[in-house]
Design a binder for this molecule. Structure first.
Ligand SMILES: Nc1ncnc2c1ncn2[C@@H]1O[C@H](COP(=O)(O)OP(=O)(O)OP(=O)(O)O)[C@@H](O)[C@H]1O
Length: 339
């Protein structure tokens, strides 16, 4: 099922939470809505679900205007952050619940067969008789997904489904969700404020800020060519160094860098920790190491430049360096935006 949002607007009292959002989600695509808290992600998801009405623009399911389709006929499955499993029902009863209340009539044996298939799909065979309090948080979210899938949704909506789980469980669950998505091919809209999760999971990432889409593209596109300083900062660790641009050339502590397309005047140079190299001499920005932080996969240096700005960069684990060392920051790649 293809979904189209066309200039969708949502206002709560006087506060505009969504400002004319247009977005196409292709059939079978997994799209992540990514943005900071309050950027309108959940509101957009709720409008697609029919739990909230847009007060401007249109939402289309296929060719049909969604406002003409009652919520229960939209064929939407949901999973929310806080597992809304029924505590007094077993795992199997939770998964089967939607089928029992559905318009599609199924015999007891059909429901039981489908529940068994879903338990296998979400790798919870043997746990059907447990109650939600007798399984882990990650297992509960898998039950919630099985319950959402039980009624053969055409669209799957997931709102921070792994938000309450610890980092390792989250990583496992998102890889697993991706596998399930690849197997079933259901059009999926996934809300998260976690960049790593969005980039790891989605075919396409839609980045929101203050109720507007600021950029959308494949993970590769948004990582390689962030459209604005906001996207650059939001997608991961960055250093910002102040520079001046004149005729497409940025000057930074005596170093000149290509800034084609950036208007003359003050500018910010953004560099990720992996965009800088540490050398003892050569072309670059002179700096002094203020701190070395050891990590399993390398060493992170905090440095201070000659003009007093700070930056962080990563060096291989075997690099011999200590606080107080002087050296040069070599710029491997960078982005420049007008300040
Ligand atoms: N029912 C409501 N009444 C009034 N304001 C609301 C309502 N729902 C959401 N908002 C406001 O709309 C804005 C967008 O909220 P929304 O929940 O969509 O953001 P979000 O990006 O999902 O944030 P989070 O990651 O914190 O869940 C926020 O400023 C929020 O306070």
């Amino acid at each position: 099922m293809k979904i189209r949002l066309d200039e969708v607007v949502k206002t709560f009292d006087t506060f505009r939470a969504v400002h004319g959002v247009s977005l196409d989600i292709e059939s079978g695509e997994l799209v992540a809505l990514l943005g900071p808290s309050g950027s309108g992600k959940t509101t957009i998801l709720r409008m697609v679900a029919g739990l909230e009405y847009a007060d401007g623009g249109r939402i289309l399911f296929g060719e049909q205007d969604a406002t003409d389709i009652p919520v229960r006929d939209r064929g939407v499955g949901f999973v929310f952050q806080h597992y809304a499993l029924f505590p007094h029902m077993t795992v199997a009863e939770n998964i089967g619940f939607g089928m029992k209340v559905s318009k599609v009539r199924r015999t007891k044996a059909e429901v039981a067969g489908r529940v068994a298939d879903l338990l296998r799909l979400v790798k919870l065979e043997g746990l059907g008789d447990r109650f939600p309090t007798q399984i882990s948080g990650g297992q509960r979210q898998r039950v919630a997904l099985a319950r959402a899938l039980a009624v053969d949704p055409k669209v799957l909506l997931l709102d921070e489904p792994f938000g309450a789980l610890d980092a390792n469980v989250r990583r496992d669950l998102r890889r697993w969700l991706r596998e399930i998505h690849d197997e079933l091919g259901i059009t999926t809209l996934f809300v998260t404020h976690d960049q790593e999760e969005a980039l790891d999971l989605a075919d396409r990432v839609v980045i929101l800020n203050e109720g507007k889409i600021v950029q959308q593209g494949t993970p590769e596109e948004v990582c390689r060519a962030p459209a604005t300083a906001f996207v650059m900062k939001f997608l991961g660790d960055t250093n910002r160094l102040r520079a001046t641009v004149k005729d497409g050339i940025a000057s930074l502590d005596g170093l000149t860098l290509d800034a084609a397309g950036c208007p003359d005047g003050p500018a910010d140079i953004y560099l990720r920790p992996g965009d800088l190299e540490w050398t003892s001499e050569g072309d670059g920005v002179a700096a002094t190491v203020s701190r070395v932080i050891d990590r399993p996969d390398g060493r992170r240096l905090s440095v201070r430049t000659g003009s007093g700005e700070t930056a962080e960069l990563d060096v291989p684990p075997e690099t011999v360096v200590a606080a107080g060392d002087r050296g040069v920051l070599r710029v491997v790649r960078m982005r420049v935006f007008a300040a």
